[in-house]
Design a protein around this ligand. Structure first.
Ligand SMILES: Nc1nc2c(ncn2[C@@H]2O[C@H](COP(=O)(O)OP(=O)(O)OP(=O)(O)O)[C@@H](O)[C@H]2O)c(=O)[nH]1
Length: 446
């Protein structure tokens, strides 16, 4: 896996938090120290590491957990958020028709990346063309042509013609009917005058929607200097970090890019044409931290506590507040495979026979519900019956969601409440046994 050792050390720190009997200064300090060690080893800049450590420490000890979150999850969530901040914004490159110009120094993996990028867009259903405007390196033409042909990508180049802007112009004309045009430019050993001039001349012809700088992850924190220099010379719109699979310094390169206010657009994670991923900060950090594993761990640690945390008596009386529902939804979201959970649950109103796509919609919907609930008052969460039409309007405005969605949430709550009432026939032991099994979904914290 990409950034294996960094991921391993960070997961180690999170596991300690997840299994701590209580969260206090000592636990937080220890975890922060481990995170620091891991990031410094990945060549993240000391100043960035210190800022991140201070923020985690301050927030973990001062912020209150969100509703439905226990203190352990709360701290883990803070670490997760701060790491996302560290690697910065997600890819600025969208799946639209566009022209992309690749720039970078020699050896960065630019040529391979041009073919990978075309393959990426082809897989997304966008017809891609590659123009070889690298007229400097003798082997570039043949290398890129062979890679493109193998991938069924349209290729344009003029072997032996040193006039890169002219080749780029004709390449663009030849690629008119394609959705994506990728223009590969020449690299040099350093960012010298010649290279800057050539990039500017090509750009004047291409007028690219994106100018992406290709950089080797092994640069570590030096990536920031290079990104700044290219930005100053030609104005880049994002960075592609290659060879993230082959170095321990990738974390340094990614955070260095974020620090320059540029964003990582794609990451190269191997040598095959499919080994290029569009960069999404939250997904990347989730994977790095193995959030799935961490959640399982928390669940296991909490399983035994479910019985104490659920107010079984209140539920038996049919008391099921919006807060309970919020807790329940948080728990469902954290439990991973939503489909499995949905199939186990008698959730009235949500339906049981949903396709994968519909499950995804449901998950997104749950997230919106959470936003809506955060715009409600305590009293409204406790007793949703008091939510009148004018309150719906206010909540809708406050949460930036349409009023229909607020109404839909209230309807879902009613349906769940009804389903719970239906279970009141069960005896208390039966209910407790069920709580233990499905606790988190029945309103118990995890
Ligand atoms: N493991 C791994 N290797 C990569 C990755 N991206 C590129 N490479 C390899 O890096 C080497 C150099 O890449 P080239 O594409 O030739 O790039 P370059 O030397 O920058 O070429 P120019 O800049 O066009 O002169 C090749 O052997 C690629 O297979 C990656 O994400 N992972």
């Amino acid at each position: 896996m990409v950034l294996d050792s960094l991921g391993g050390s960070l997961r180690g720190a999170l596991k300690k938090i997840a299994s701590a009997s209580r969260i206090d200064k000592q636990v937080v300090d220890e975890a922060v120290r481990e995170i620091q060690r891991a990031l410094l080893q990945a060549d993240v800049n000391v100043k960035l590491v210190m800022n991140l450590s201070n923020r985690i420490r301050d927030r973990a000890l001062s912020e209150k957990p969100a509703p439905g979150m226990n203190p352990r999850e709360h701290v883990i969530n803070i670490v997760y958020q701060e790491l996302i901040n560290l690697v910065g914004k997600s890819s600025p490159v969208t799946l639209e028709k566009q022209t992309i110009m690749l720039v970078g120094l020699q050896g960065s993996g630019k040529t391979t990346t041009a073919a990978k990028l075309a393959t990426f867009f082809q897989r997304k259903g966008l017809r891609s063309a590659v123009v070889c405007a690298d007229t400097f390196r003798a082997g570039a033409f043949d290398q890129l042509k062979a890679l493109c042909e193998k991938q069924g990508v349209f290729f344009y180049g003029e072997k032996g013609n040193p006039d890169a802007p002219a080749v780029a112009r004709r390449g663009l004309e030849a690629s008119r009917k394609y959705d994506i045009v990728i223009v590969d430019t020449a690299g040099r050993h350093a960012l010298e005058k010649d290279l800057i001039q050539e990039m500017m001349d090509i750009d004047a012809v291409v007028a690219a929607d994106h100018k992406l700088l290709v950089m080797d992850a092994a640069l570590g924190q030096q990536a920031s200097e290079q990104a700044k220099a290219f930005n100053k010379a030609v104005g880049i719109t994002g960075v592609i970090i290659t060879k993230l699979d082959g170095t321990a310094k990738g974390g340094g390169a990614m955070s260095a890019v974020a620090e320059t206010n540029s964003s990582v657009a794609f990451i190269g994670v191997g040598e095959t044409p499919n080994d290029l991923e569009r960069f999404e900060a939250d997904r990347f950090i989730s994977r790095l931290l193995g959030m799935g594993d961490i959640k399982t761990l928390i669940e296991r640690a909490q399983e035994t506590k479910v019985e104490e945390e659920v107010d079984v008596e209140a539920l038996m009386r049919g008391k099921f507040t919006l807060k309970d529902m919020c807790k329940q939804m948080e728990a469902i979201n954290k439990m991973g495979p939503l489909k499995q959970i949905m199939q186990m649950l008698p959730l009235g109103g949500m339906g049981l026979d949903l396709s994968d796509q519909e499950y995804q919609v449901t998950k997104d919907r749950l997230e919106k519900y959470r936003v809506i609930m955060s715009s409600m008052t305590e009293a409204e969460l406790e007793d949703p019956k008091i939510i009148t039409a004018s309150r719906i309007k206010r909540i809708s405005r406050g949460s930036g969601t349409p009023p229909e969605l607020v109404r839909e949430l209230l309807k879902s709550h009613k349906a769940m409440q009804k389903a719970l009432k239906g279970m009141r026939g069960m005896n208390k032991m039966g209910m407790k046994r069920m709580m233990k099994k499905f606790g988190p979904m029945m309103g118990g914290g995890m």
